[in-house]
Ligand binder design. Sequence first.
Ligand SMILES: Nc1ncnc2c1ncn2[C@@H]1O[C@H](COP(=O)(O)OP(=O)(O)OP(=O)(O)O)[C@@H](O)[C@H]1O
Length: 256
Amino acid sequence: MTAEAPLLALQNVSKSFGGLHVIRDLSFSVARGQTVGLIGPNGAGKTTAFNMVSGVFIPDQGTVSFDGRDITNMASRRRIKLGIARSFQNVRLMQHLTVWENLLVGQHVRAAGLLNLLTPFRLIPNHRWRREVVAALDEMGLGAYADAMVSELPYGIRKRIDLVRATLAGASLLMLDEPAAGLNPVETQALTAHLEALKARGITLLIVEHDMHFVGTICDHVVVLNFGSKIAEGPLSVVQHDSVVRTAYLGAEQAA
Ligand SMILES: Nc1ncnc2c1ncn2[C@@H]1O[C@H](COP(=O)(O)OP(=O)(O)OP(=O)(O)O)[C@@H](O)[C@H]1O
């Protein structure tokens, strides 16, 4: 029996900016349903690797494949349609709109047909899209916020609403850039429960994160980068005892 193909695979990927080699011959894969943390010290190349999966950057060398398909040179928009969703470090919701309006904007843009695009969404309160959006909020215990203005909500709630936005279109891979940054312990716990619910739904997660406690709680597997190269991978509980990792990263943290 052959092992199932990974959902995401980077093979021998390199990227330079000017003369600076930011990613060097990087290979790793993410199995379907797995939660993988991409970790490493500041400037290790985590965000650059992440951006080559979402399509912000194209590698100089190597391939990125998703669901068995070569996406190395594919435009970001097409990657989103294939099921690659992303949440950003700074939540990108419109402050002057309500939660459901924010989520509806995404649905609205996806809708086919000029008439749909020209229909002001505030005029369609019982539209199927609103019902879908409210159901998605309810599923994550956020239904009470549907009519609240985003600007009035605590940061932790906004962050989770952004996750609802990112997964509304049925993503199979969700990429999170420092999801725990700026959250207090209670908010981090709520975020963890939210991500566990997404995992239970079969969504694969790729997470760039500095908070090692959070990584240890949520990730099945970590890939450690240093100076653009992979220096270790495996469960955090194993990797954190690796002497190369300790020197490069965890050692630096422990020394702090
Ligand atoms: N567009 C760019 N042009 C030039 N250099 C860049 C660019 N993007 C990143 N770099 C450089 O590449 C290196 C890796 O940056 P990257 O943001 O990928 O690291 P990181 O591991 O995500 O760091 P952090 O944890 O601090 O966010 C850094 O030296 C950075 O200055």
